[in-house]
Design a protein around this ligand. Structure first.
Ligand code: AGP
Length: 607
């Protein structure tokens, strides 16, 4: 998830671009750059690292220009570096382009362009686009962009400038946001509203498949055939803070609602011609099928994702999986060797305990695969292979969209192992993949219909303690629900395998202790219901997460949070979302700072 800005008007373009990029820095911040039209040439300045590095460079050497494009990057392809930073230029140096999204067929496009003599210098998918535009350009930039985007598979929001047409910006989008702020004698293209609010509240919302031709006095919107389209106008009421949060009250709530997109982007391109696509493993099919043991190391929420992965890998690939918190792994003399696949799950890629575990595992000869949300993070440089989640930057300290994106990536890994081992046939893999692909829509449906969740939160605002129960794949979901509640509302919460209650924890039950139960449909559903009856018989107030259509559960719970039916193996993501929202609303009603809870850091870089 990157941020892009384009400006054409009567101001110093680079100043508008830098200020706009600063407003979008929450969308990505590993490198940044601008390209401006100046005296018959493109002035391009790019810097790796935070935006301040680019600002310093421009302060030292201002660019006198009234039109340009800028970009702040959240790397998806190619590590953070000046070479990989946007804008990217064509061979002639007369076209510059910035892009937000993921181009799935970029490797074949790069090969085609290189074969045609184009020189591509970066590792990015984006650079292929600007050379495509160059190859189609015959004097009409909009036409060249229209032809280029027809070749793209994947998501994009892009802005392009050409020296032949110095005051014009051509913009286009599919599955990535793009707007145009319109003002008197100036117009601003941007990924998101915060970048334009200083200049205007009148915005053109570009829709998928549309192209905008932007000059200082005009914004024309056309379709891919360059046929005129009536622009969709919007008047922005938000203030700047609300705009950075997309209109949500907190980054955490915004990120909960970004989960459908995070899932789509993480799953994008992962199933090609009947095969699970996971080339990042960097293992031959025979190496993958030789794996006879998996060891997962992670901390906190990522550890809970690892427990979900254990359930999936053992269910589908029949490979034994051990999951340990990273802080224990290194000191437990782990039984790990060159036949072991170690999977390190860390959304930040910087967690000291997990990095130490990676080093320990590699010293013992294991192959290490990292699952992370941050391209170029330390874990990516210390692992043999990396599987990225594409959730975009997660600002809220409490992990939400990165957790469900991790589970999506781990589903893909489990299917890959099963396919290599032959424990799942190609038809079964495809059937599971097709259902997995519906999860973004399933989560969207949950977010669109949260039922009496806020009323439920109201009832338990003053609870001193709570229990979260589940069975099977519901246990790590219960653990994640308990962690969410305690880390943002400061209410003590513990998770247990539901069958464990009678072995001691049931002594905690009173009518003051709400019990949240993951009771979605599965082969242990009846057992879960009997566990609910056990705690209710002792006065517990029960909140059940259940499957739509389950009429029985309502007689066993004070509140029921319904989620759409999925197969048991894929139920972890849907079941998690109501628990994220429940914790969020309880914490808000307690006046807690959900984005920056006390005592916590987003990335624990110390042991
Ligand atoms: C989760 O809400 C917490 N913020 C924390 O437990 C986190 O999951 C843990 O510190 C691991 O972080 P990582 O995924 O970046 O390694």
């Amino acid at each position: 998830m990157c941020g892009l800005v384009g400006y054409t008007g009567n101001r110093v373009a680079s100043e508008v671009l830098i200020k706009g990029l600063a407003r979008l820095e929450y969308r990505g911040y590993d490198s940044a750059g601008v390209a401006c039209v100046r005296g018959g040439e493109l002035a391009v300045v790019r810097r790796v690292g935070k935006l301040v590095n680019l600002r310093t460079a421009l302060d030292g050497a201002p660019i006198v220009s009234t039109v340009g494009i800028g970009h702040t990057r959240w790397a998806t392809h190619g590590r953070p570096s000046e070479e990989n930073a946007h804008p990217h230029c064509d061979c002639t140096g007369r076209i510059a382009l910035v892009h937000n999204g993921i181009i799935e067929n970029y490797l074949e496009l790069r090969d085609e362009l290189a074969a045609a003599g184009h020189i591509l210098r970066s590792e990015t998918d984006t650079e292929a686009i600007v050379h495509l535009v160059e190859s189609y350009y015959d004097g009409d930039l909009a036409q060249a962009v229209a032809k280029s985007i027809r070749r793209l598979e994947g998501s994009y929001a892009l802005a392009v400038i050409h020296l032949d047409d110095p005051g014009t910006i051509v913009a286009a989008r599919r599955d990535s946001p793009l707007i145009i702020g319109t003002a008197n004698g100036e117009n601003i293209v941007a990924s998101d509203i915060p970048a334009v609010l200083e200049y205007t509240r009148e915005v053109v919302v570009l829709n998928d498949g549309q192209i905008a031709i932007v000059t200082p006095d005009d914004v024309r919107v056309v379709d891919v055939n360059l046929e005129p389209v009536e622009p969709e106008m919007m008047h922005v009421e938000w203030d700047l803070d609300a705009a950075e949060k997309g209109g949500y009250e907190d980054f955490m709530l915004k990120e909960i609602h970004e989960q459908p997109t995070a899932l789509r982007e993480t799953l994008r391109g992962r199933f090609v011609d009947g095969e699970i696509e996971l080339s990042e493993l960097k293992m031959t099919p025979s190496e993958v099928s030789a794996i006879d043991r998996v060891f997962i190391i992670a901390c906190g929420t990522s550890f809970h994702a690892g427990l979900v992965a254990k359930n999936l890998i053992e269910r589908w690939a029949r490979i034994p999986v051990e999951v340990q918190v990273s802080s224990e792994f290194r000191y437990n003399d782990p039984i790990v060797d060159d036949e072991t696949l170690v999977v390190a799950i860390t959304q930040s890629g910087e967690t000291a305990d997990t990095l130490a575990g990676v080093r320990e595992a590699r010293e013992r000869g294991a192959k290490v695969i990292a699952i992370t949300n941050v391209v170029g993070s330390r874990v990516t440089r210390e692992s043999d292979g990396v599987i990225y989640t594409h959730a975009g930057p997660e600002i809220g300290v409490a992990a939400t969209k990165t957790f469900t994106a991790q589970i999506a990536a781990l589903n893909v890994l489990a299917l890959k192992l099963a396919q290599a081992k032959g424990t799942l046939g190609s038809e079964e893999v495809e059937r599971i993949w097709l259902e997995l692909s519906t999860l973004p829509d399933v989560v969207e449906a949950i977010l669109a219909n949260t039922g009496d969740l806020e009323a439920c939160a109201e009832e338990y605002v003053d609870a001193a303690s709570s229990l979260f129960l589940g069975r099977g794949i519901g246990v790590p979901v219960a653990m994640e629900g308990a962690l969410k509640l305690k880390e943002i509302s400061y209410i003590h919460a513990e998770a247990y395998a539901a069958g464990e209650m009678k072995h001691g924890p049931i002594a905690l039950i009173t009518d003051e202790v709400p019990v949240v139960v993951v009771a979605t449909q599965g082969h242990t559903y009846e057992k879960v219901v009997s566990n609910i009856q056990e705690v209710r018989a002792r006065g517990a107030q029960v909140i059940a997460v259940a499957t739509a259509g389950d009429d029985e559960i309502r007689q066993h719970a004070e509140h029921v949070l319904m989620v759409p039916r999925t197969s048991e193996a894929l139920s972890a993501i849907p079941a998690t979302v109501p628990l994220q929202l429940l914790s969020y609303h309880i914490a808000k009603k307690r006046g807690c700072n959900v984005d920056q809870p006390r005592n916590l850091a987003k990335s624990v870089t110390v042991e």
